[in-house]
Design a protein around this ligand. Structure first.
Ligand SMILES: [Zn+2]
Length: 100
């Protein structure tokens, strides 16, 4: 007894959320403690903040996307996605397709 086993650990996802630097980041670090530096999925190194209000910070967008990919969950529809510049001069009217 007394072994800190990791296999039996309940870990439903391959990442953890780690609030830090005013945003809620995701990290692959299994365990982090308040004040520890963690490397987030977006590449930023943040000081983890386990305070209550930290969990109400907004989600870091690159971390959100990467966390969804790690979990194998598609991003929910309605998430604003930046569009690249169109090559033509005609603006594209979105959502104009009507069923026939
Ligand atoms: Zn992030």
């Amino acid at each position: 007894m007394g072994t800190t086993s990791s296999d039996a650990e309940w870990r439903p996802h391959p990442f953890s959320w780690a609030p830090g630097a005013q945003q809620r980041h995701a990290t692959t670090t299994r365990r982090w403690s308040h004040g520890a530096e963690v490397v987030a999925l977006c590449g930023a190194t943040v000081v983890a903040d386990n305070s209550v209000q930290a969990w109400w910070w907004t989600t870091c967008e690159p971390c959100d996307v990467e966390a969804h990919r790690l979990a194998g969950v598609p991003m929910p529809p309605g998430v604003p996605r930046r569009r690249g510049p169109t090559t033509g001069g005609t603006p594209v009217v979105g959502g104009a397709a009507l069923p026939r």
